[in-house]
Design a protein around this ligand. Structure first.
Ligand code: GLC
Length: 455
């Protein structure tokens, strides 16, 4: 099939995924498959809608994105207060669905994790929402929406929640397991990279969107400071290249006091064997998680790529991450871009970390599966780092097969050669990811648009 018909077919997937509320387009379902692997894929997920929204914005279909932003803002009022708890004002739902009532207007019902599998907290939703609001504002030129009183109040509520002091000992944000794209137990509690990258992107966006008035003054000061401390912390403590690995390898532990070098008391014994020889000169990446006595050395794709897109990495670090992709193309891109985490956990580690989750066995789903939905972030990051060649190669790998396989949600196996055992077909963000990547590479003008979308 020729290139343009594949892209047309991806556009069909997107258009068929659109859902309406009171006759207005308002979002897209996660997947349209007669045998959905779980009931909630027929809902509109905030994180899945982001690439749909980028396509709509690139196509001048601003109204859908505006409707979505308004609806989600209102939906935060549906959050139920748990007995004995304060309401977490500023939390946004993981997903929502449209309920048809015969003879009456449709209604929207949100899920704040109270219906979700495993009851996971959607910490990333509000961050995607603010980042999207910025993209919408820039591309549509409609600054009025973000500046309206209810949007300004919404942004303030989110920031109040996300900047609230809890039990932090670093500028990184502390979250429970499964609170982002990897929404199951996968050892991503504590300070996972994806959350830190989104947090950084959200703070930068909010800084631009908040009006400089009395109501926002103190928040703006905090945001500005946190942007800086978070950026320095991630660039230092999450960055791993051969030089830093050497340092950790020779760390002394049990250091107390202000002069400590190994401040987090990392025992070199935690360095995994697979890292030996994995980091040639001029390569590097941001590790998955950092905390007291802890470094999760696994390579998490989304966190690394968003860090490049939002400018959280230095240019040198961004180049190092792209060199790493080139070096380990078979492992990190394979036969279907992209590996979500490398490497997979197995054996006892899988038992303890995932709670023996059969969906997350080694080299499947979140545990080292390959996700086409990650392609757009790879293309954006590669272009930002001046590696158009890598973006093109990744698109070539994806093009024919993804369409032939009917847009699966994910692939299994070390190199992503097999359609995921429980993958949905017609997964919306598998299609939108391809459309965005194609557009970025084909049309230099849309590249400019993309640049303003993501910093
Ligand atoms: C899975 C993914 C999650 C996604 C959802 C809908 O739960 O882990 O990131 O939002 O499916 O596609």
């Amino acid at each position: 099939m020729i290139h343009s018909s594949i892209i047309n077919s991806a556009n069909d997937i997107l258009n068929q995924a659109i859902i309406h509320h009171n006759d207005q387009p308002i979002g897209t379902v996660a997947a349209r498959d007669n045998n959905l692997s779980a009931g909630n894929y027929s809902e509109c997920f905030i994180r899945d809608f982001f690439p749909s929204a980028l396509v709509f914005l690139m196509d001048g279909r601003h109204d859908i994105v505006r409707n979505f932003l308004q609806a989600v803002l209102l939906l935060r009022n549906q959050q139920r207060q748990m007995e004995g708890h304060e309401l977490a004002e500023g939390l946004m739902p993981a997903s929502f669905t449209v309920i048809s009532n015969t003879g009456k207007p449709t209604s929207l019902v949100a899920d704040f994790g109270d219906r979700a599998i495993g009851r996971v907290a959607p910490v990333d939703s509000a961050m995607w929402w603010i980042i999207l609001l910025r993209s919408y504002t820039i591309i549509s030129g409609d600054i009025g929406l973000a500046h309206s009183e209810n949007f300004q109040r919404g942004i303030r509520q989110i920031l109040n929640l996300y900047l609230k002091e809890s039990f932090e000992t670093s500028p990184a944000m502390l979250v429970p397991d499964g609170s982002c794209m990897i929404d199951r137990r996968m050892g991503v509690y504590g300070h996972p990279l994806e959350i830190q990258s989104l947090f950084y992107g959200m703070l930068l966006s909010a800084q631009e969107l908040l009006l400089n008035n009395d109501a926002n003054q103190s928040l703006l000061v905090m945001v500005r400071q946190r942007v800086q401390t978070l950026r320095s912390y991630i660039r230092l403590y999450y960055w791993l290249d051969i030089e830093r690995l050497n340092e950790i390898h020779r760390y002394k532990s049990e250091e107390f006091g202000w002069d400590a070098v190994n401040v987090l008391n990392i025992n070199p014994e935690i360095i995994p064997e697979w890292l030996d020889g994995w980091l040639p000169l001029d390569t590097g990446y941001l590790v998955g998680n950092v905390g007291p006595g802890k470094i999760d050395f696994r390579f998490f794709t989304l966190g690394n790529l968003l860090a490049i897109l939002f400018g959280l990495t230095t240019d040198k670090q961004a180049a190092g991450i792209m060199n790493l992709y080139e070096t380990h193309w078979e492992r990190l891109i394979g036969q279907m871009p992209l590996k979500i985490i490398y490497p997979a956990v197995r054996g006892d580690e899988w038992v303890f970390m995932t709670g023996s989750d059969p969906k997350n066995v080694a080299w499947s789903y979140h545990n080292g599966g390959n996700w086409p939905s990650l392609l757009w972030t790879f293309a954006g990051a590669a272009l930002r780092a001046g590696r158009e060649d890598l973006a093109r190669s990744a698109l070539d790998v994806t093009l024919t097969r993804l369409h032939q396989d009917c847009w699966p949600e994910y692939y299994d196996g070390k190199s992503g050669a097999l359609i995921g055992r429980r993958a949905n077909l017609n997964q919306t963000w598998s299609a939108t990811s391809l459309i965005i990547t194609d557009r970025l590479l084909k049309d230099p003008d849309s590249l400019a648009v993309f640049d303003t979308v993501v910093f």
